[in-house]
Design a protein around this ligand. Structure first.
Ligand SMILES: Cc1ncc(COP(=O)(O)O)c(C=O)c1O
Length: 381
């Protein structure tokens, strides 16, 4: 992140200084401008800045009128915020399993529909757009609405459309490590509906349209002007950064193709913007320790699936006292036990990626039998 900030100077400092001089810290000019620019970028009608991706998801549900007694279908392998938003409005999360790549399985969504289903909330996990044709067809047939969790999919394109443009609304997170990241917490709801946009504008700002007149639930979920100013500087670079991630993903695939690890398949053009590059390995924990000892940091997304989180105990009680049910969502469980996220960010030098790949190769094949001579070695005299 420091390298990216450095590369964007002096534009970043200028943008921040302009806000400091103007003093419009709350819902200032940069918020409205960034909303317009991000809506255009996603190819949607409107966008409303929020203080986080979680808030964008929650307000999307509130704007759709979701509350107690309603069911929202989403996937068991996601960041807790997806389900947190559903719980926050008092609705019931209905979890379904994913495929080997972590993507929601449309057939399982169809099977989970009940008369109480109101929303399908697919997650474009790791930057990979779900099969939105299938999801939208299921939603249409059931008479329910789709809200995309696009918090990891800024700029991903599928069939000529960007993430965020497939449902009635979608949520983005600008958490600093995202493909488009702020310098703190920030988020955005994008929507095709001016009604949804109006309601979320009201909800995020103490339920008010006119000052000191509160017509709706008084929440404070506004996007900071300073963050919007930073994000406006970054947005024009997003496609270039995503293309670099795709290049790095191809490089990983080339280097690791013959090793006993599972790799994300090459995506159709633009579909995957590799927020994370997630491999699978039977001996994931040993591989991770080995890499860590060589100074290579990796992640696990996510080590505990949603249904086994302590906060979900009431909804998913253990089948036997003290035990945990690992049979409910086998693919989510498999990923939790075997997935490993390798270093992935646009500024990652190719040589560093090759060092990571070499370290993985050594883990499986042992040290190279004929190591190349080191500088100064093998010279006569
Ligand atoms: C899939 C998913 N949903 C929701 C969120 C919530 O976003 P935020 O951290 O901005 O609240 C995140 C962010 O980490 C995410 O990855």
């Amino acid at each position: 992140m420091a390298a990216q900030t450095q590369a964007l100077q002096p534009a970043i400092s200028n943008a921040i200084n302009t806000v400091l001089q103007r003093g419009d810290f709350i819902l200032g000019a940069d918020v409205a401008n960034f909303e317009r620019e991000f809506a255009d970028y996603c190819g949607v009608r409107d966008a409303v800045g929020t203080d986080s991706g979680l808030s964008a998801l929650e307000l999307a549900l509130r704007a759709a009128g979701i509350g107690p007694g309603d069911e929202v279908i989403t996937q068991a392998n996601t960041f807790i915020a997806t389900v947190g938003a559903i719980l926050a409005v008092g609705a019931t999360p209905v979890l379904v399993d994913c495929d080997a790549n972590g993507v929601i399985v449309p057939e399982q969504v169809a099977a989970a529909i009940t008369p109480r289903t109101k929303i399908i909330m697919p997650v474009h996990l790791f930057g990979w757009i779900c099969d939105m044709d299938a999801i939208n067809a299921i939603a249409k047939k059931a008479g329910v609405v789709v809200i995309e969790d696009a918090c990891q999919a800024h700029g991903a394109v599928w069939k000529g459309r960007r993430a965020g443009s497939f449902g009635i609304s979608a949520a983005f997170s600008f958490y600093p490590a995202k493909n488009l990241g702020a310098y703190g917490d920030a988020g955005m709801l994008v929507t095709q509906s001016s009604e949804v946009a109006d309601r979320v504008r009201t909800l995020r700002n103490y339920g008010s349209r006119a000052k000191y007149e509160h017509i709706d639930l008084p929440l404070n979920r506004r996007l900071d002007t300073l963050q919007a100013a930073v994000l406006r500087v970054k947005l024009p670079h997003l496609d270039t950064w995503n293309a670099r991630r795709q290049f790095l993903a191809d490089a990983y695939r080339e280097h690791l193709a013959d090793l006993p690890v599972g790799l994300p398949p090459p995506a159709e053009s633009g579909r995957h913007i590799y927020h994370l590059f997630v491999i699978t390995a039977e001996d994931r924990d040993a591989l991770r320790t080995d890499l860590n000892e060589q100074g290579i940091e990796t992640g696990i997304h996510y080590p505990i699936p949603v249904h086994r989180q302590p906060v979900m105990k009431a909804m998913f009680p253990s089948p036997s006292a003290g035990g945990e049910d690992r049979s409910l969502f086998p693919q989510a469980e498999h990923l939790a036990a075997h997935s490993l996220s390798l270093p992935m960010y646009p500024e990652l030098p190719l040589e560093h990626l090759e060092r990571v790949a070499d370290a993985i190769r050594r883990h499986y094949e042992g040290p190279h039998p004929n190591p190349p001579p080191r500088a100064g070695e093998g010279k006569a005299g």
